[in-house]
Structure formats: structure tokens, C-alpha cells
Design a protein around this ligand. Structure first.
Ligand SMILES: Cc1cc2nc3c(=O)[nH]c(=O)nc-3n(C[C@H](O)[C@H](O)[C@H](O)COP(=O)(O)O)c2cc1C
Length: 204
């Protein structure tokens, strides 16, 4: 069985850029790499690699091991640089303000921003887990521009309730998983990390 249900693997592109929150990208590619019927493509910017080491003490190679296909950010001739390569969706997790700005202005200056540009032009799902605070007007305008083009702006803002769980979040890992679960919902990958809201009294 495949995630798409048509016999073909569902290709999901994950890009990790240099905003804080590398854990979101790592967790996402870890889950997608093990998800039935999913072909997980991964690319990490130079600043993303720095943050992986700085925040999580893990190497680029360790993260790449979760993915089915790994791309070099400078390889602008890669499959995912073309709309003819049938990818289902792309998630930038986390997404820096630099990458957001490049996507908002159609600057395909590396493989991440080119693949995002392709995702938008092919009218596929693009989810940007933008992370900065506070936000200046350029950030806000760039988020508006991406939204107007059909992209989904998904800041990784934790919810301090957890639908479907009997106790409140106990760890950062649980908060991260809940957010990642909501992203998986958006890109049509079945998940159990973030159960749907059953009402305050736990009744559907
Ligand atoms: C430790 C660290 C944390 C950073 N956090 C953020 C952040 O949360 N948001 C952001 O937009 N940029 C952040 N930056 C800056 C970006 O990494 C920088 O703008 C970089 O050029 C982004 O390049 P990229 O989009 O190609 O990954 C951070 C940089 C470092 C070194």
C-alpha cells in the first residue's frame, strides 16, 4: 500500500534551513523516512547544518540517514528542481526569514528555494515552518506573499493543550511531535502524533 493509494510512492521534500528549531526538520524526516508509501527527499542549507550541530549535537550525515533521497543544496540540476518530477508536497522545517524572503520573491538561488518555487508553480502543497520573533514588516509581507501564492505559513507555535492525550505535555519532544503531527495532516500523511480534537470533554 502507498500513502497516495495509486501504487506510487508519495514524494515529500523536506528542507532544513538555518532558523532555530532544527528538531522539527529532523523529527519530520525521521517519521517520513519510516512512513509506508512515502519517499522522503531531504536537503539541508549550510546554516541548517550549523544549527543541527549547535542545537542537537547531530551531524548532517546522521539526519540524512533517515531520508530515502538526499540532495545537495547547490545541485540546481537535481530532480526536485523540475516540475516534471512528481513530488506531492514540500515542507521547510524550520524556515529562516532568508529562505522565506527568497521564496516570497521567486529567487530560486539554491535548490531549496528552487524546489519551493517549483512546488508553488505546480500548485502543490508548500508548508513553511517559519521561525523568527518578533517579526518585522518584511517578514510579515513575505508571509503574505507566500500565502497569496498558495503556500502555507506554519510557524511552529506549540499548543499547551494536547487533544487526545489525558495529560498535559510533559516534554519538549511531545510539543515538537504535536506540531509535526499537524504538519503531516497538511501534507496528507497519516499520523498519530496529534489526534484530532475530541472536544473539551473528550467527546467527538
Ligand atoms: C544559532 C542560530 C540561530 C538562528 N536562528 C534564526 C531564526 O530563528 N530565524 C531566522 O530567520 N534566522 C535565524 N538564524 C539566521 C540564519 O541562519 C541566516 O539568516 C542564514 O543566512 C539563513 O540561511 P538559509 O535560509 O539558507 O538557511 C540563526 C542563525 C544561527 C547561527
Amino acid at each position: 500500500m502507498t500513502a497516495a493509494g495509486d501504487g506510487k510512492p508519495r514524494r515529500i521534500v523536506v528542507a532544513i534551513t538555518g532558523a532555530t528549531g532544527a528538531v522539527y526538520g529532523v523529527r519530520l524526516v525521521q517519521i517520513l523516512g519510516a512512513a509506508p508509501g512515502v519517499e522522503a527527499h531531504l536537503l539541508i542549507s549550510a546554516a541548517g547544518v550549523m544549527n543541527l550541530q549547535h542545537e542537537l549535537d547531530i551531524s548532517k550525515a546522521e539526519v540524512e540517514a533517515f531520508a530515502h533521497v538526499v540532495h545537495n543544496v547547490r545541485d540546481i540540476g537535481a530532480t526536485i528542481a523540475s516540475g516534471s518530477f512528481a513530488a506531492h508536497a514540500m515542507v521547510v522545517a524550520p524556515c529562516s526569514m532568508r529562505t522565506l524572503a527568497a521564496v516570497a520573491h521567486g529567487l530560486s538561488d539554491n535548490l531549496i528555494t528552487r524546489a519551493a518555487d517549483v512546488t508553488l508553480k505546480e500548485r502543490r502543497k508548500l508548508v513553511l515552518m517559519v521561525r523568527e520573533t518578533p517579526l518585522n514588516l518584511a517578514h510579515l509581507r513575505n508571509m503574505t506573499a507566500v500565502t497569496e501564492m498558495g503556500g502555507i505559513i506554519f510557524p511552529p507555535v506549540p499548543g499547551f493543550y494536547q487533544p487526545g492525550f489525558y495529560q498535559k505535555p510533559q516534554s519538549v519532544a511531545e510539543l515538537v511531535d504535536h506540531t509535526v503531527g499537524r504538519v503531516l495532516d497538511l501534507i496528507d500523511v497519516p499520523q498519530t502524533l496529534a489526534p484530532s480534537w475530541a472536544g473539551l470533554n473528550g467527546q467527538a
